[in-house]
Design a protein around this ligand. Structure first.
Ligand code: NAD
Ligand code: UGA
Length: 434
């Protein structure tokens, strides 16, 4: 059993802390947000993540998992301090490291025993060295025995617990092999592949992985757009490509493009890093441009089908950036709603989990209680997020409620033949053969 402090209780920190507690460690999760910590102390989850609430409850009851706002008590006796704070986009697309800096400074101010500082936040290459420097400089003539290890996180929202507990790999980067090996001990119970490398390589592995996944999606979206013009079906193209083991089928679903709290900011941050250090990141720039266009293209399709968007009512199904999360950060649905509103459309929308977050930012959108309320009086329905709930929708009921039976299936979720036979005009993504 090890004593662990996890700094930041967002999607990554809370999942990391809870899973390490589940593996038998003593974990204290720390956050500077009082609302978050007070809620957690009362058993309220700050995020929606399947399975998380139960796992937190179990480990709190077992007295392995604790929450606090107080750095002093959180770090007391900790052998490991994981930094899992946010690294949002700065003004020029760079990763904003103010929260990482604050966490490093707090560690330097408080700790007086040997500690491993493990960086789980996604940070630019070189940040591990920078964190070590911050701690060293802040200590001045009170030297601290510590090492910084990079341990990028690869979990996905919506399947975070499973991704943490059964990872494809754990990456550890450090200039000091024995420190990396000590962090590896924490992951041994997972029986997964553990790759140990140097700090900067570990940091780059994280950005390269996210950028590559985003590239695959932009690639298939570009192919999908060609399919629409050339009479092919992108879903089958992806299937046919994916059967080649060298390519694989994952992350080849054409749709409204990639969003979320990470791909957009991480691809931008990698582009920023490249430019700063003299490389021309042509591919990354194209990947981002294709993604921007994919959202505009959805608006264009609706405009073309309706003649104008002005004074039209558009129903939106799904607001979160993907299913099984309440996260709406850089969601395609949200941006498309803003673009539609700019053209004079009225929007009514529904999401199974993201309504509270949506209410904070979508002031001009009518937030509905069901998919049927969304369809009522609508001139078109756009499926933006492929929640399971939307697979089971009663289209006969939708047909009665909708003013104009036009559907844009932004995630290729529904059955074209069925909808057409019911009298809907159906548009998908990359389905040129329909
Ligand atoms: P988040 O915004 O959900 O949570 C960050 C938390 O850190 C917040 O609760 C905030 O109050 C807290 N915080 C900020 N400054 C603090 C400080 N000085 N001390 C203590 N707490 C502080 O962020 P997230 O989505 O969990 O992402 C965290 C990092 O992990 C980011 O770098 C992100 O790129 C990376 N990451 C995220 C995911 C994901 O699926 N969300 C996956 C892999 C990696
Ligand atoms: C992504 C990565 O998958 C994780 O490995 C990584 O840890 C995480 O970012 C991170 O660094 O934060 P996540 O953002 O939770 O995870 O979600 P994904 O499942 O990757 O989806 C990202 C976006 O791509 C979503 O908007 C989704 O709709 C879109 N997508 C995904 C597609 O359009 N097509 C696909 O085939 C797959």
């Amino acid at each position: 059993m090890s004593k662990i402090c996890v700094i930041g209780t967002g999607y990554v920190g809370l999942v990391t802390g809870t899973c390490f507690a589940e593996l038998g460690n003593q974990v204290t999760c720390l956050d500077t947000d009082p609302v978050r910590i007070n809620g957690l102390l009362q058993g309220q989850m700050p995020i929606y993540e399947p399975g998380l609430e139960q796992l937190v409850e179990q480990n709190v009851q077992a007295k392995r998992l604790h929450f606090t706002q107080d750095y002093q008590s959180a770090l007391e006796g900790a052998e490991y301090a994981f930094i899992a704070v946010g690294t949002p986009s700065g003004v020029d697309g760079e990763a904003d490291l103010q929260y990482v800096k604050a966490a490093a400074e707090s560690i330097a101010d408080i700790v007086d025993f040997p500690i491993l500082v493990i960086n789980k936040s996604t940070v630019p290459v070189g940040t591990g060295d920078w964190v070590a420097d911050i701690i060293r400089r802040r200590r001045g003539n009170r030297p601290l025995e510590f090492a910084v290890v990079s341990n990028p996180e690869f979990l996905r929202e919506g399947s975070a617990i499973n991704d943490f507990m059964a990872p494809d790999r754990v990456v550890l980067g450090s200039e000091d092999r024995s420190s990396a090996n000590r962090v590896a001990e924490l992951y041994k119970p997972l029986r997964c592949t553990i790759m140990v490398t140097d700090l900067r390589t570990a940091e780059m592995i994280k950005y390269a992985s996210n950028a590559f996944l985003a590239t695959r999606i932009s690639f298939i979206n570009e192919i999908g757009n060609m399919c629409e013009d050339l009479g092919a079906d992108v879903r089958e193209v992806a299937q046919g490509m994916g059967l080649d083991k060298r390519i694989g089928r994952h992350f080849l679903d054409a749709g409204l493009g990639w969003g979320g709290s990470c791909f957009p900011k991480d691809v931008k941050a990698l582009e920023h890093m490249a430019v700063l250090h003299g490389t021309q990141p042509q591919l990354l720039q194209a990947v981002m441009e294709i993604n921007r266009n994919q959202r505009r293209r959805a608006v264009m399709k609706l405009r073309k089908a309706l003649g104008t968007l002005n004074e039209k009512t558009i129903g939106i199904l799904g607001i979160s950036f993907k299913p099984n999360t309440d996260d709406i950060r850089d969601s395609a649905a949200v941006e498309i709603m803003h673009l539609l509103i700019n053209e004079g459309a009225h929007i009514q929308a529904y999401d199974p989990q993201a309504m509270d977050n949506a209410a904070k930012v979508l002031k001009k959108v009518k937030l509905c209680e069901s998919p049927y309320e969304v369809a009522e009086g609508a001139d078109a329905l756009l499926l933006a997020t492929e929640w399971n709930e939307f697979k089971q929708i009663d289209f006969a009921k939708i047909k009665e409620l909708i003013r104009n039976p036009l559907i844009l299936d932004g995630r290729n979720l529904w059955d074209y033949d069925l909808l057409k036979s019911m009298g809907f005009t159906y548009m998908g993504i990359g389905r040129g053969n329909n």
